[in-house]
Design a protein around this ligand. Sequence first.
Ligand code: HDD
Length: 713
Amino acid sequence: MSDKENLQPDSNSKTDQLSSYTKDSEGKNLTTNQGLKVNDTNNSLKAGERGSTLLEDFLLREKITSFDHERIPERIVHARGSAAHGHFELYKSIEKYTKAGLFTDTSKKTPVFVRFSTVAGSKGSPDLARDVRGFAVKFYTEEGTWDLVGNNMPIFFIQDAMKFPDLIHSVKPEPNNEIPQAASAHDTFYDFVSHAPETLHNHIWAMSDRAIPRSYRMMEGFGIHTFRFINKEGKSHFVKFHWKPVLGVHSVTWEEAVKINGVDADFHRRDLWEAIEAGQYPEWEFGIQVVPEEDEHKYDFDLLDPTKLIPEDMVPVEIVGKMTLNRNPSNFFAETEQVAFLPGHIIPGLDFTNDPLLQGRLFSYRDTQLSRLGSPNFHQIPINRPVTPAHNNQRDGHMQTEIPKGQTAYFPNTLGGGCPHLAKMAEGGFTSYEERIDAKKVRTRSESFSDHFSQPALFYRSLEEWEKKHVANAYSFELGKCNQKHIKERMLWLINQIDEDLANTVSENLGLSIPDDIEQPINQSIGADADVEKFQPSAKKVYLEKDKSLSQAHTKFDSIATRQIAVLAANGFSMDDFKTFTDALEDEGAVCKIIAPHGGTIKCDQDMDHEVDAAISTTESVLFDAIFVPGGKDSVDKLLKTGKYSKFISEAFKHCKAIAVCNEGEELLKNSYIKSYDDDKAVFVNGKPKNFIDAIAQHRNWDRMEAASDIPV
Ligand code: HDD
């Protein structure tokens, strides 16, 4: 602990607390960890100029020992992640459902720390892997810390925590050769998936565009499990939690994802960081789906089954608050790496349900922090400290940093005045919801968990044609990467249970036929002596034809804020064109970047210097949302001489992005691989900035997808 950093204008109880732990070396001497001022940190102590290094060299030993132990184990899952600080605000009290302070007092701003992640890859893996994204939120409330540890998909792969190690072992790199990194497209994953039909729902989401988001800022978040809200009267309601991004839900295409991973493996990390640094704070609205206790058995699926969502058409999401991320961490390791999320961290007004996946998580997360952070005192690490004081009789352990005073460390006591004393419920004391239980102790799975096909089918039916095509391509890619024919055939049989057209397309791409007489996909989620017939997946049901919320075609398309626009220009570009477009784009919050044949500056036709944001050799089309080419003969002639500009614009067209060109700028379109753009609703030749802006807000012109697919870049 040392110098206080200046409090920032957006400070809150958590950032104030963290500031007392931050240190700033500006203007300070270099010292040892003991505060001894160091005169030379470049040379070890030697027996003569060319002699051996002395054991005595305590400066060398301290420096090297610290370095040798810098690394801690990476997270077993979700190792790759990025995080930010912010706050949560409540729009309206929901005290009829919960007594939690953050949900009843609209004047409160609750500090949050949020970490986004991929699941399968290592800490250094690329951001654009096809994968589920973690969406973990730590609410530092006045009643204690609440961790909502969710994902960007509303369901999970498995129904019981007991299978989690199997799921993860199957998707991680194969144990004999540690291949492939951050990829599910391999035999062991599909060996597992094809024998565990409960995975199919989350799996089809992972095959959809949701698994390759455009930005962390443009994806939804879900608590997944059904939780309980408990109100002041002690009444319980079931609840599912949702985060809805204010910028809408948008993704890149698989082909872009593959390229982005090569060009900028930190694409999502950089995007989050830069948006916050630029003051374009990411925001999500917080929504709840509430189901009264008495409706627990009303649905065609079991609310305790984490592989099922509650369609929003059946139970609408009620928006009750908003989260804003407005501050980047000061230190990646201290905050983003050391933050420890535990689904078991809850507060009065919330409780768990018997979802068997959630129940197992309640054990796993505390346990994993012990090996990751090394001590049961991980809650004392600044980022993990609650903003309310913690008092109990837990003591000692590695890296204890607190000095508890007094003679007693037990309860009850008289010598310590009975302190710390228990909290009555009226004082905010936590008690578990008194759920009635009258059951046999059994190791089994509920039969109500056996419907594995209805919801993947609902998801697929709800998608637009372009989304369906992406799903078919993803299955074809992933299974195409598998070597074992029997695994692919089993998968084809299962996909066929979801949708026949989908299975036909994938089978054609794989060059395999869909087996109609394979051994039934015996659900291996049962014990060796269980009644196999009883646990077969039940027949597909259609209780809802479509649910709009499942398709990205129905998200928000009303903003171009934070969108990255490449302005292709060289010396002599038209200042009028440039100003007309970039002013309009920047007024709407877009970020325009000049991509020139070289770095430094370029001159416009009015002889003004303009800073170049990137030389064409250092950047790629896939990093941008749209392209603008101002006119100016000299400029365009230079661009035409550099082949990469043609690739740049062709690629943007292929990926269905908006393109605007002015005057001579059209030559770039004519000299690209684009065959026809006359009738394209997102290509503008001497068009109005407003129309270009509207097209960018649409994210992509998917109507172009088929026509652009033969572009060879
Ligand atoms: Fe988990 C990390 C999300 C099931 C065991 N999980 C972790 C993180 C997220 C999730 C977002 C990263 C947190 C961070 O940023 O530090 N996990 C989920 C969701 C699940 C889920 C949404 C199902 C609904 N997880 C799950 C199960 C188990 C685990 C069933 C074990 C039985 N998860 C872990 C873990 C991790 C973890 C091994 C690794 C690092 C950590 O906990 O802190 O304990």
